[in-house]
Design a protein around this ligand. Structure first.
Ligand code: ZN
Length: 463
């Protein structure tokens, strides 16, 4: 096929452009005039647009927020959305993180796979179409996002000024493609506490977990008791029937209890052990009945415990496309007269926010527990027989010779930020996901394969 021959001819140039853009450190920094996400990000955007012009495309820069390369004629356009910002490199690299050195057929550096290599592959895919003079009925835009890692604020800016594509994809996840992404909510459950203990025993503080979208592997409480060894004895007794990793030690006038769990991603709470809920189970074992803090803890022990799908909370939604709702308690903070838990619930794709939140609020009724700081992202879902899904899957099968089922996930990809697109590549099945990891790289062979797949996908969508 002509497009693959063109990509082979463009291979060296594709590698060089990928290296060029990888050498710019584009971690979000303090905003400057015309650089809403800082200097590095702005330079990376300028660089991508310069490469695009060199390849013969028209470009536009939307005030430093986002830019695009455009090719073809027509009112409607196909959109390929990638991003040029990266997460900080961290420590322990065997090659410099912003040098784009090539070793054993791999380009090493922050952003190689997430998402600079893949967006260059898409750009060169479009270049192959242009060089082949294949006729298109729609315009094509390769859109360079700049804030994917820290809030996607550039997409808001884009959609306020430009109409969305009629179809397209983001090369920012994995193959073969993701057709279903659960709805995601994060929020706090807050209660003001009138009583945090009795005359003999009181809970001074609770803290645990770092992020709502992780299963917490640590939780700590400080308990004051009149009788010094009362709490330690209670813990010994509790552990006779509960095999939890809980330890106690004395710190000035308090007993500090530490709970160790097993961390996991918040979309898969069943793979972890929740350190907060271990602690809650123990705290309910203490003679604190009738206190406000006890009522709060007891409520969560009854309605959550170690469940991961919202069964006892009355929100156990499930569908064939994306499975069960995931229910994660990720953080806890209690100080003085206030307690707050941070939750992350992801509901199946064929349901709405109200299907989840109405029964959720019903369970909260009469508890004086309030929902605060709600953030919500609606699900993404295309039926498997949707034209976009069929087209992209066919291209994948033709180019790789492998027929694979599309994926449904609990996470959210960049595709959620733009209507009418799905996540498509760049990671091939069985290959490691090096996004945000030390020693991130892209195999040159995969970079080229991505360019071939994206060239055909763009052509099929825009022809
Ligand atoms: Zn990414």
């Amino acid at each position: 096929m002509i497009l693959n021959r063109k990509i082979n001819e463009l291979k060296e140039e594709l590698i060089e452009s990928t290296q060029e853009i990888m050498r710019i450190k584009s971690v979000e920094e303090e905003a400057k005039e015309g650089m809403p996400f800082g200097e590095g990000v702005s330079k990376a955007l300028e660089c991508a647009l310069k490469i695009s012009r060199r390849l013969g495309f028209n470009t536009k820069n939307l005030d430093g927020y986002v830019g695009y390369a455009e090719y073809g004629e027509g009112d409607e356009y196909i959109g390929i959305l990638g991003h040029l910002d990266v997460v900080p490199e961290g420590d322990g690299w065997k090659y410099p993180p912003y040098a784009a050195e090539i070793h054993e057929g791999k380009i090493y550096g922050r952003g190689a796979l997430d998402d600079k290599g893949p967006i260059m592959a898409a750009l060169y895919g479009l270049k192959a179409i242009k060089d082949s003079n294949l006729p298109l009925s729609k315009k094509v835009r390769v859109i360079f996002g700049t804030n994917e890692e820290t809030g996607c604020k550039e997409m808001e800016y884009y959609l306020e000024r430009e109409k969305p594509p009629v179809a397209g994809f983001t090369p920012d996840a994995e193959y073969p493609l993701i057709y279903a992404e659960k709805g995601i909510t994060s929020f706090d459950l807050v209660k003001d506490l009138k009583s945090i203990g009795t005359e003999d025993l009181c809970i001074k503080y609770i803290k645990g977990g770092q992020r709502v979208n992780m299963v917490p592997d640590y939780c700590e409480v400080g308990i004051w008791s009149k009788e010094k060894d009362f709490v330690i004895k209670a813990l010994e007794k509790f552990k006779q029937t509960n095999e939890f990793n809980l330890t106690a030690h004395i710190k000035s006038d308090m007993v500090v209890i530490k709970s160790i769990g097993v961390s996991a991603h918040g979309s898969l709470p069943e793979l972890g052990v929740n350190a907060i809920m271990q602690m809650f189970k123990f705290l309910a074992f203490l003679p604190l009945e009738d206190t406000d803090i006890y009522k709060y803890i007891d409520f969560f022990n009854k309605h959550v415990g170690f469940e991961c799908h919202g069964e006892s909370f009355g929100v156990a939604l499930e569908d064939e496309e994306s499975g069960k709702l995931s229910f994660n308690i990720g953080t806890v903070e209690m100080e003085e007269n206030k307690i707050s838990l941070g939750l992350n619930l992801r509901y199946p794709v064929t349901y709405t926010y109200n299907d989840m939140i109405v029964p959720f609020e019903k369970t909260l009724e009469g508890t004086e527990i309030k929902i605060e700081n709600m953030s919500h992202m609606a699900p993404l879902y295309f039926p498997k027989d949707h034209e976009l899904i069929k087209t992209l899957l066919n291209v994948y099968t033709e180019q790789t010779g492998e027929r694979k089922e599309p994926l449904a996930i609990g996470g959210g990809t960049y595709a959620k930020e733009m209507p009418n697109i799905v996540a498509y590549g760049p990671i091939f099945p069985g290959k490691p996901d090096l996004d945000h990891q030390v020693n991130e790289y892209i195999e040159i062979e995969d970079l080229v394969m991505n360019a071939k797949i994206y060239a055909h996908a763009i052509y099929e969508l825009a022809k």
